[in-house]
Design a protein around this ligand. Structure first.
Ligand SMILES: C[S@@+](CC[C@H](N)C(=O)[O-])C[C@H]1O[C@@H](n2cnc3c(N)ncnc32)[C@H](O)[C@@H]1O
Length: 287
């Protein structure tokens, strides 16, 4: 460790959260926030929008309330808040990495650890959204989290979750080696790297939900326009795991960068792809 303060720890020039109880491994510095913006734009293009749940009526209603859990730098929250100025958006994250200047008036950011429960009353929000927490929550906490998301959702409101499979499809040899090391480490830390395939089942266990749907999209590396964004996003994500993987595999600094150059070439050669799932459901009216 190079440095520590209340909110952050610094390792080898990258900034990380400082929440002792969390296994979340990705950095949260400018480089990572830039990646999250790129990732937001890429999936927005692929999915043809920021959400899949049938929430157009909710978003057209003045005074509706939307919650984004694990909002990161708030790329989804801020984009949505700009597009739906009559709706109030709340973004929560345990890392204080959201912009605090020039935000739209209909946005509030709150620093909180979702694993300790959400700091909201029951039935508060019309629409609850959560995305890319597969490397944030331990495997055995997903049901707790979903029950929390449903608790703060109003009857008739919608919950939507989106996750990716962090193991790309069609991998070359170097990519396979790197991804296997990364996944082994994440799984041994109690995280569920395949949670995207279990979203629907996890929603089904909550008896307050109905009309459960699940959809998927894939971006491959040769897709026009966004193929390059996809490769850059994956390489940047691997960069985020660099310190951990290098240590585990005894890889020295510039060797890791050479591996990433080879991975870049393999993504093009094998047309490697990433899969995402969006699962959404409606909360039943009170019994
Ligand atoms: C991969 S980023 C995704 C950010 C955002 N959802 C997006 O799509 O751009 C995951 C975020 O979850 C946050 N996070 C991880 N574990 C958390 C927890 N237990 N409570 C609150 N936030 C958490 C991290 O700080 C990080 O900002």
């Amino acid at each position: 460790m190079n440095n520590i303060n209340v909110n952050f720890q610094y390792f080898d020039g990258r900034r990380f959260h400082n929440v002792k109880s969390s296994k979340y491994l990705l950095p949260n510095d400018k480089q990572e926030c830039d990646r999250l913006l790129l990732q937001h734009l890429m999936w927005q293009n692929s999915w043809n929008g920021n959400f899949s749940a049938p929430v157009k009526n909710i978003l057209a209603n003045k005074g509706s309330k939307v919650l984004d859990v694990g909002c990161g730098p708030g790329v989804w929250t801020l984009d949505m808040a700009t597009n739906f100025p009559e709706v109030h958006f709340t973004g929560v994250d345990f890392a204080p990495i959201q912009p605090n200047e020039n935000n739209p008036e209909n946005v509030t950011f709150i620093q909180t650890n979702a694993l300790e429960g959400l700091p909201f009353e029951d039935n508060t929000f019309d629409y609850v959204f959560q995305r890319f927490l597969n490397v944030g929550y331990p495997r055995d906490k997903w049901v707790f989290i979903i029950n929390e998301l449903v608790r703060v959702l109003k009857p008739g409101g919608y919950l939507e979750m989106m996750e990716d499979d962090i193991e790309p499809g069609n991998m070359g040899i170097m990519t396979n080696k790197l991804v296997t090391a990364m996944i082994d480490d994440l799984e041994s830390n109690g995280l569920d790297t395949k949670i995207c395939y279990k979203l629907q089942k996890n929603l089904e266990q909550n008896k307050m939900l109905k009309n459960i749907c699940c959809e998927q999209r894939i971006i491959d590396s040769n897709t026009t326009d966004i193929g390059n964004m996809h490769i850059t996003n994956c390489i940047e994500q691997f960069q985020g795991f660099k310190i951990k993987i290098s240590k585990l595999q005894n890889i020295i600094d510039n060797e890791f960068d050479k591996i990433l150059d080879a991975v870049y070439e393999e993504f093009i050669e094998f047309n490697s792809f990433t899969l995402t799932k969006r699962a959404y459901a409606q909360k039943i009216e009170e019994i």
